[in-house]
Design a protein around this ligand. Structure first.
Ligand SMILES: CC(C)(COP(=O)(O)OP(=O)(O)OC[C@H]1O[C@@H](n2cnc3c(N)ncnc32)[C@H](O)[C@@H]1OP(=O)(O)O)[C@@H](O)C(=O)NCCC(=O)NCCS
Length: 163
């Protein structure tokens, strides 16, 4: 198994993995291609026998240089339970692009138990508090088309040792 930043040729496999991991929203393949090019330094994938088995996408918001905003994490069903999300996040944190990162933010829908379990575990790993607040509201922002998204902030923390 290898963990790397993505290349543009990985965009289609990333798109397929996200589609195979409900309840994640799929995005356009073009958007995944942009992630694997412009945002490659803040995304990571795990590959086994040539297949993309796990994916973390994110970016550093322009106004928040100390924050890694994690957009999506997807682990193929067969690869779950092996701590791959933390390994991918650790790989991203080890890169020069993240040298000023002290906070991890992400959004979670209230009913996504796997995601809440994962990010509570990430907060313990980073030794930092976790707080949550409403970010995008079901009615105000999604006009009833999607559940509310809760903003989870973990930090401040010191970057974990890489490797
Ligand atoms: C969420 C997901 C990425 C977790 O992957 P994973 O490989 O099982 O995660 P890990 O092995 O690293 O487990 C991390 C923690 O999450 C917890 N967890 C994982 N799945 C869980 C579930 N279904 N319910 C509750 N907790 C869960 C684990 O118990 C572990 O906690 P611990 O460290 O206290 O033991 C994976 O289930 C997935 O891809 N789901 C579909 C997509 C999704 O919902 N993504 C998150 C939203 S962005």
């Amino acid at each position: 198994m290898e963990i790397t930043s993505p290349k543009s040729e990985d965009g289609a496999a990333v798109h397929d993995l996200v589609a195979a991991c409900p309840p994640l929203d799929t995005n356009s393949l073009y958007m995944n291609l942009i992630q694997t090019t412009h945002f490659a330094q803040t995304c990571a994938l795990a590959r086994e026998d040539g297949e993309v088995i796990a994916w973390v996408s994110g970016h550093i918001p322009p106004e928040e240089p100390d924050t890694f905003f994690l957009w999506q994490v997807a682990v193929g069903e067969k690869a779950r339970g092996k701590r791959l999300p933390k390994k991918l996040i650790a790989d991203i944190f080890s890169r020069p692009a993240c040298k000023n990162v002290r906070y991890l933010k992400t959004t979670i829908t209230p009913d996504n138990d796997a995601s809440w379990g994962l990010f509570r575990s990430v907060a313990r790993w980073l030794g930092a508090p976790l707080k949550d607040e409403l970010f995008f509201d079901k009615e105000r922002h999604f006009k009833g088309r999607h559940d509310s998204e809760v903003l989870v902030t973990i930090g401040p923390f010191d970057l974990p040792p890489s490797g």
